[in-house]
Write a protein that binds this ligand. Sequence first.
Ligand SMILES: [Cu+2]
Length: 228
Amino acid sequence: MPRTVFLLMTVALLVPAAAARADEEITASPGNRYDNPNPTIDQGERLTFRNNDLREHDVTSTPPGDVNGYLFQSRLVGFGESSFVEGSQYLTTGTYAFACSIHPEMQGTLTVTSAGTPVPRPGSGGPPADTTPPALSLKASRPKARARKLAVTVTSSEAASLVLTAKVGSSRVARAVTELVAGEQKVTLKLSRRAARRLRRGRKVRLAAAAKDTAGNTGTAKLTLKVR
Ligand SMILES: [Cu+2]
């Protein structure tokens, strides 16, 4: 091997790439607290909120704006659920105070660095807006009569916020809210005792999924499963 090539390879191995910051997740814990109340993102990076508390919480900016009246806001989510922080993708360099809309004592400050590029606000004359909804599909095996959960394989063409519901007849028996990545992922729907009884009697369950991308386009998918 020529000596120069060898030297170049060595340098490439030693110098880490100017790594982009990983996507950031704010989490909440029991006791009405954010685990990381002072997160940092680059401009345009995905910010999500995950709730590990039994009480419902969200992330709501203190400054006002166009997302339900706020500059950014996640959905109000329950235990184990996560939500995209809508509006965070548009933020430019700076610091932004936020709190939980239900528990004002839960406070934090989001820092946006000067790295990265913010997503252009819709209608701001940037590149053409994304008008393509996520292409979504559902796969699942038929549940047993005594099933207490349904494992669903969800495939999405892009990152999106998913709401997945299961209905027996006209009653909703389960719901999951989570963040999807592009590709295939498992989403588990838990059934309460009562929901499991409904499923046993109803003999079939209808799954409905709606996935919203960061530009606000919603893709949907449905699947009906007969009980084994
Ligand atoms: Cu809260």
